[in-house]
Design a protein. Structure first.
Length: 241
């Protein structure tokens, strides 16, 4: 556990030695996996407990009011017509849900259902992070290799796993008014850690590492744009016949 705490501290302050020592470790993949698992479980546990308390102490009417209020804040800068349409859609969804819940026989009491739901939140948090790191990390690893990187895929995953360290702030997402700010700080801080980890793992400059991290997104956006252009051309061609 002391090693995990040292990794956590080193990641937050972008300590090069922490990243380099992790890369040099013979079990770098296992350490990265355990780091994501521990931080993810902590965040999931806090989030799950907060959700459990809120679920047990908040009535359906209060939950509905909170959801509507959150939607109003989210759409504060949208045209009034669009906002009203979204609110009407939400209201219709609530009515449908209430009708279904009245007609259907719930297999479990509400409290037990809430408990199992939050247990799912706890368990899914670290594994969601792991899936994202592995899938996106594989793409970054490929581009880093094309840019002259030297890391193995195990080293890339192990070192880049430290990017979840700032996301411990996600456990404070429930704090009124500040939850969104904590999430934004965690995201930006996490990106910086990810770039640092990529640079150390592949023994390249921070500029090349940043490019390797951004290239999957850039290529993805270009492919989507190309797809829309091709579809537009095909639709235009078929319409002209």
């Amino acid at each position: 556990m002391n090693e995990m705490i040292q990794l956590f501290r080193g990641a937050l302050v972008l300590d090069t030695k922490t990243f380099a020592d992790l890369k040099a470790s013979p079990d770098v993949f296992r350490k990265g996996f355990m780091f994501v698992l521990i931080v993810g479980l902590i965040v999931g546990l806090v989030t799950g407990l907060v959700g459990l308390v809120q679920g047990l102490t908040t009535s359906p009417a209060q939950q509905k009011a909170q959801a509507l209020e959150g939607m109003k804040q989210f759409t504060a800068f949208m045209p009034p017509e669009a906002v009203q349409q979204m609110l009407d859609s939400m209201e219709m969804g609530f009515r449908i849900g209430e009708r279904i819940s009245k007609e259907a026989k719930a297999p479990l009491p509400g409290q037990v259902e809430t408990l199992f739901k939050q247990i799912g939140v706890v368990v899914s948090q670290p594994f969601g992070w792991l899936a994202s790191l592995i899938l996106y990390g594989a793409l970054v690893h490929i581009f880093a290799k094309l840019l002259g990187g030297r890391a193995t895929i195990a080293q890339m995953f192990g070192v880049s796993s430290l990017t979840v360290a700032p996301h411990l702030l996600d456990a404070l997402g429930w704090v009124p008014c500040l939850g969104g700010l904590f999430g934004l700080v965690a995201f930006v801080w996490g990106v910086v850690v990810y770039v640092k980890g990529t640079a150390v793992a592949h023994e390249m400059s921070n500029g090349k590492a940043l490019l390797a991290v951004l290239l999957p997104i850039i290529v993805g956006v270009l492919l989507v744009v190309l797809l829309f252009v091709v579809l537009f051309i095909l639709i235009a061609a078929s319409g002209g016949r």
